[in-house]
Structure formats: C-alpha cells, structure tokens
Design a protein around this ligand. Structure first.
Ligand code: ADP
Length: 191
C-alpha cells in the first residue's frame, strides 16, 4: 500500500495537489476538513460541535478526527493506499495514525510537506474566501488564528515524521504542474 501524508499549512495547496495525486496513484482521499464539513452539512451532533471550533479557527479534539479516520480505514480495507490531507495535525494524531496502520500491518510511506510562507498563505486564503463559501476563509483574523494553530500544534508533526526518515519538503510556490512533478518524484522514491 502507498500511504501518503500531504502536509502543509492552510492554503498550501493540499486540495489541488491531492486531486492530481489521487488520479495518478488511485488512492483513497481522506481529508478530515472535508469529513468535518460533511458532518456540518448533515447537521449531526458531531458536526455541530466541530463547527463551533472551526468557526473560531481552532482545531477540533483529537478523539473526534481519530475516530473518523479509524472508521474510514475500516471501510476501505481493499484500497491501493490512502492520502491523508489535513491529518494528522497534532503529534497525538500522528501516534494514533501510526498505531491504526500498524494494526493492519501497514505504515506511512512518506510525508510530503508543501512549503509556503505566511504572507502568501494569507493572500491565497483571502482570495479563496471570495468563492469557496467557507466562513473560515473570509476574515483575516480567523485565517491568522488558523496559521497560528498550525505553527504551534501542527508543525511538530513534521519533526515526528522527520525522525522516522519519512519527511520530504516540496516548494509549494510555483506552477501547479512543477509542484506535482516534485511530489511524484518523492512518491516514486518510496513506491
Ligand atoms: P485548512 O487546512 O485550509 O484550514 P481544512 O479543511 O483542512 O482546511 O480544515 C478546516 C478546519 O477543520 C480546521 O481549521 C480545523 O478546525 C478542523 N480540522 C480539520 N482537520 C483537523 C484535524 N486533523 N484535527 C483537528 N481539527 C481539524
């Protein structure tokens, strides 16, 4: 199996590159942000609780997202592999993911990290907010809060996989195709 973590701050281009990776490698896309937004859409209790936090630019509790990923791994036992997008976002989530995969005799193949500076992220997210309909993209203070959450809680996840020798940084500024080909190279190296 190919188990890829696509890592990077909000607005780094994970969604765009995910689509291209999925098409090329036939992976199942697991985006915790998308899964949470589906719960909100469905009006579930989990969705209502998550929305309060997401609307403030805060992370939702680890147990909630770990539970969603656990469920998805169980329902796709025949997958060629997974792309984890927006997860893991804390070291606790990383440890849980490693344990879940280990219970299937699987592991993370590689973490590809899209590198984009904070000013560029802010500009991209404000632009996305004009069309995405996402409330968390429409206000500069909220975007800064998300970038702050990323810097304090999520960045250590990169060190966690670096320590396993699985961390590959890719410049996230430039042509979409150029970035994609760098990601493809990183995947080829472990496939
Ligand atoms: P972005 O990376 O552009 O901020 P996402 O769609 O990945 O967007 O996430 C949107 C929001 O959903 C986050 O700000 C956070 O509140 C919540 N969220 C998504 N994934 C996780 C996660 N793995 N752990 C905690 N909260 C999450």
């Amino acid at each position: 199996m190919l188990n890829l973590i696509l890592f990077g701050p909000p607005g780094a281009g994970k969604g765009t590159q995910s689509e291209k990776i999925i098409a090329k490698y036939n992976l199942i896309h697991l985006s915790t942000g998308d899964l949470l937004r589906s719960e909100i859409q469905a009006g579930s209790e989990l969705g209502l609780k998550a929305k309060t936090l997401m609307d403030q630019g805060l992370l939702v509790p680890d147990e909630v997202v770990i539970g969603m990923i656990d469920h998805k791994l169980k329902t796709h036992r025949d997958a060629a592999g997974f792309i984890f997008d927006g997860f893991p976002r804390t070291v606790k989530q990383s440890e849980a993911l490693d344990n879940l995969l280990a219970s299937y005799n699987e592991s993370i193949s590689v973490m590809v990290a899209l590198v984009v500076d904070d000013n560029e992220l802010l500009a991209r997210l404000l632009k996305r907010g004009l069309t995405s309909g996402r409330p968390d993209d429409q206000n500069e203070e909220l975007i800064s809060k998300r970038i702050q959450e990323y810097n304090s809680k999520t960045k250590p996840v990169a060190d966690y996989y670096q320590a396993q020798g699985k961390f590959v940084p890719v410049d996230g500024i430039g042509e979409i195709e150029t970035i994609f080909s760098e990601i493809s190279n990183a995947i080829s190296a472990v496939k």
